[in-house]
Ligand binder design. Structure first.
Ligand code: 13P
Length: 254
């Protein structure tokens, strides 16, 4: 069975004290993770080392950066390289979140470079895709998402995408309290898996974990994660509350 993942995206929130308290509370919560399940914490850069120490030795708990540079090293003030992340033991990187696409002009082509550099240095991308409200209203969300995958991932080999992680996050559902219905999520996740299967073969597509993101809460996680092609979630707001996120983790499919 492919990996089931509950990933937190803290975005640009919390002081270090708040972050450490949140992790302490989470670690004290009753969380049960089976062999193929993982809880991943996408924390701000300055906290990666602290949070890594806090989860050290905790099975099935893992860390993600929220972004990385498309460059290897050099005169790029303010950027963080994959080598730096690797050197402090960060396994995952969230790539192409819609907020980065929208506010920092990240294009599909740039994201292809970021995925490449992650692979080159052995980091695992959590590749985000998803459409804005006007695209959903126009009914063109399938081809829009397909194009995002095509322009950022189709240059890769199927083998390199074995066990890859994609997060589908409809922009209209992010931070709005308006979740996609479980049917809408399943429909798009099945579409994403088909698109990947057509390009890379069914076996590879079936190995890819596709997470849903957008107003996931403890109250709706079980239903959404229960869908055939939904392999967990990428969670913003609710991941900042220990009781919420621990319940979300416990809602992963067994
Ligand atoms: P919310 O869970 O706050 O809607 O955010 C979703 C998200 O953007 C996760 O990356």
């Amino acid at each position: 069975m492919r990996k089931q993942i509950a990933a937190a995206n803290w975005k640009m929130n919390l002081s270090i004290e708040q972050a450490e308290t949140l992790m302490t509370d989470l670690l004290a919560s009753p969380i049960e993770l089976t062999e193929n399940q993982q809880a991943v914490f996408g924390v701000p850069f300055p906290y990666l080392i602290n949070i890594n120490q806090k989860i050290a030795g905790k099975q099935h708990f893992s860390l993600a950066a929220q972004n990385c540079s498309n460059k290897v090293s050099g005169a790029y003030t303010g950027e963080v390289s994959v080598e730096m992340l690797k050197s402090i033991g960060v396994p995952y990187v969230i790539i192409g979140h819609s907020e980065r696409r929208e506010y920092f002009n990240e294009t599909n082509a740039l994201l292809a470079e970021k995925v490449n550099i992650c692979f080159e240095y052995g980091l695992l991308p959590i590749f985000c895709c998803g459409e804005a409200l006007q695209i959903r209203e126009a009914g063109t969300q399938n081809s829009y998402v397909e194009n995002q995958l095509k322009e950022s991932l189709f240059h890769l080999t199927g083998e390199s995408l074995r066990g890859f992680v994609i997060a589908y996050e409809p922009i209209w559902a992010i931070g709005t309290g308006k979740t996609a219905s479980s049917e809408q999520a399943q429909e798009m996740h099945a579409h994403i898996r088909n698109v990947m299967a057509e390009q890379f073969g069914k076996e590879i597509a079936d190995s890819i974990s596709i997470l849903y993101g957008g107003s996931v809460k403890a109250a709706n996680a079980k239903e959404i994660f229960g869908q055939t092609d939904v392999d967990g979630g990428l969670v913003g707001g609710a991941s900042l509350v220990a009781a919420e996120f621990s319940a979300i983790i416990n809602s992963l499919k067994k």
